[in-house]
Each structure stands twice: as structure tokens, then as C-alpha cells.
Design a protein around this ligand. Structure first.
Ligand SMILES: Nc1nc2c(ncn2[C@@H]2O[C@H](COP(=O)(O)OP(=O)(O)OP(=O)(O)O)[C@@H](O)[C@H]2O)c(=O)[nH]1
Ligand SMILES: [Mg+2]
Length: 292
């Protein structure tokens, strides 16, 4: 049996979480069109054809805007690569830039096998371009990787091939490494993440970066799970935006989070969400470290 950890890393918004969810066939990680959606490492198990793939989605590595915030996200992402049996470096198929090069700087000396994954090839209307793009990748970049594969996480192109490549590099073990779990993260974590994902999806750009979600209580009964959560805001002025006219935005956020929680947990979910201004943001460094 082949078994091991596979981390998915890259700059923000290249499709890491979309690929992760596709590989494990579950919606565990938030996917949105906005960068810096993922804040934590999230693992998810795929047990298929005598192979245990423990995939790890990570926050986008970024050294530009929002410095405090990035430092913590980068730390969360980079810590994953040291525990990986295989590293997937995800980039946009149509070219790499300075931000991708910074990711390369961080992985190039790590011994684990590295696979360069060129994502979003469904956007390539002129299919002849791909060989050209591949042939133009600089040699010093190509030489870092053990394999290079173009894929589309949107329409599942080359995903079976990607899994076969990963398998080649996973260590062989005698027994199962992982229990039959979905993820090592608890259900509460995902309930909070679905609320945060909805906030990122439905609210304008700056608001979601100044909020975090905590679960107040999580009570599981035979047929129903009752969850109480609070959205904590950095700015008092964001309160009315998150709640919306007559509570309409909060209702939209709640519906998204409830439906996704029900799918994951396979039970009816009763979800109550509070929204509060959080003065703890004042000391943003220690706040982010603790509550991100
Ligand atoms: N066309 C196309 N869009 C994709 C593909 N994969 C992901 N996307 C889109 O790219 C955007 C970003 O996807 P995410 O999966 O959230 O990206 P991420 O790398 O996890 O982003 P961060 O967590 O912010 O670092 C979303 O709008 C996705 O729908 C793909 O293969 N093709
Ligand atoms: Mg993500």
C-alpha cells in the first residue's frame, strides 16, 4: 500500500482549494474567486485503489499586501511542506511570475519530490499553446521538479493522471497509516469555515479580511446538530454590512453554511449566527496569531 502526505502549495488564487476538494470529492476547503480565502492547513483523505492520499490544502503564499496577515498565512502554508512526502506546486498554466518564484525559493532545497501542476488549462482556447508554454519554461525552474503536469480542476482534466504520478512518489507501507477519516480537523472547524467562505463570497473585498468566526456550541443529537457561531468583526462599521437589510445578508450566509454543513455531516443542522464587533483586533499581531 502506498501512503503519505501531499501538500498543495502556491501563490493565492491559483486553485489549490478547488483541486483539493476535487481530489477528495468533498467540499472541505473554501473556494472563492477572491485571493487569500484559505487561512489554515486543511487535510483530507482519499483512499483509492490501495493508495492512501492524505492531501493538505494550504493558504496562498504571499509576501505583498497585508503584511501581518501574510506572515501567519505563509507560516501555516510553509509548515506543511516539511511534513510532505510529495509537494504539488500549483501555478496558472499560462505563465509564472515573481510571486511563483518566491514559492520556488521556499521549496527548491526541500528533498521531497516536487510536481509542478499547471492549472486552469480549460481557459486555453487555443490548445496548441500548451506545448509552447511548456517548452518555454526556464531550465532552472524545470530542473527543480520531478514532474510537470497540466490540469484543469474545473473540468477534471488530467486528474487521474495526476493521482497516478503522485502514487509513484508515495512511500510503500505495510498497513494503513490513517484511520478511515475524512479529515483530522473537527466538524466544528468546517462549520466555521463554511460561514467564513460565505462571507468572502458574498461580501465586498475588505470586510472578510477583518473578520473571523468562532463556534460557541456544537451539540450533536441523533438526527440534528445544533450549532451556535459568532462572526467577530474588526470594525464596528462592518456590522450593518454583514447583517444586511432586515438581516438578509446574514440569512444568505447562514443558508450557505447550513447547507454545506448538512452535506458534510450528513444530518439536519440548526445554525444560529451572532455578529459582534471584536475589540481584541486592536492588538492585531497577537489577535491574528490566536484567532486567525
Ligand atoms: N477556469 C478555471 N478556474 C479555476 C480552476 N481552478 C480553480 N479555479 C477558480 O480559481 C479561483 C480560485 O480558486 P481557489 O481554489 O479558491 O484558489 P486558492 O489557490 O485555494 O486560493 P487561496 O486560498 O486564496 O490561496 C476560483 O474562482 C475557482 O473557481 C480551473 O481549473 N479552471
Ligand atoms: Mg484556498
Amino acid at each position: 500500500m502506498h501512503s503519505g502526505n501531499i501538500s498543495i502549495i502556491g501563490k493565492p488564487n491559483v486553485g489549490k482549494s478547488t483541486l483539493f476538494n476535487l481530489l477528495i470529492s468533498r467540499h472541505l476547503a473554501g473556494e472563492t474567486s477572491k485571493p487569500q480565502t484559505t487561512r489554515h492547513r486543511i487535510d483530507g483523505l482519499l483512499h483509492e485503489n490501495e493508495v492512501e492520499y492524505m492531501f493538505v490544502d494550504t493558504p496562498g503564499i504571499n509576501f505583498n499586501i497585508r503584511k501581518d496577515f501574510n506572515r501567519i498565512l505563509n507560516k501555516n502554508a510553509l509548515s506543511a511542506i516539511y511534513e510532505s512526502d510529495v509537494i504539488l506546486h500549483l501555478v496558472n498554466y499560462n505563465g509564472m511570475n515573481e510571486d511563483d518564484n518566491k514559492v520556488i525559493e521556499n521549496i527548491k532545497d526541500i528533498e521531497s519530490p516536487k510536481i509542478l501542476v499547471l492549472n486552469k488549462i480549460d481557459r486555453d482556447k487555443n490548445k496548441n499553446r500548451l506545448p509552447k508554454i511548456l517548452s518555454k519554461l526556464p531550465m532552472d525552474i524545470v530542473s527543480i521538479y520531478d514532474e510537470i503536469i497540466p490540469i484543469s480542476s474545473k473540468n477534471s482534466e488530467n486528474i487521474i493522471q495526476l493521482k497516478n504520478i503522485i502514487k509513484k512518489y508515495l512511500p510503500e507501507k505495510d498497513g494503513n497509516d490513517f484511520q478511515e477519516i475524512i479529515s483530522t480537523k473537527p466538524s466544528e472547524f468546517f462549520a466555521a469555515e463554511y460561514i467564513r467562505e460565505a462571507c468572502i463570497q458574498f461580501l465586498s473585498v475588505e470586510v472578510p479580511y477583518g473578520l473571523h468566526v468562532e463556534i460557541n456550541s456544537f451539540n450533536e443529537e441523533e438526527k440534528l446538530i445544533s450549532i451556535s457561531a459568532t462572526i467577530y468583526l474588526k470594525k464596528n462599521s462592518h456590522l450593518s454590512i454583514v447583517v444586511g437589510k432586515n438581516g438578509s445578508m446574514l440569512e444568505k450566509i447562514g443558508t450557505h453554511a447550513r447547507i454545506n454543513s448538512e452535506k458534510l455531516l450528513n444530518k439536519k443542522v440548526y445554525l444560529k449566527i451572532f455578529v459582534k464587533f471584536d475589540p481584541r483586533w486592536k492588538d492585531s499581531e497577537s489577535f491574528l496569531n490566536t484567532y486567525i
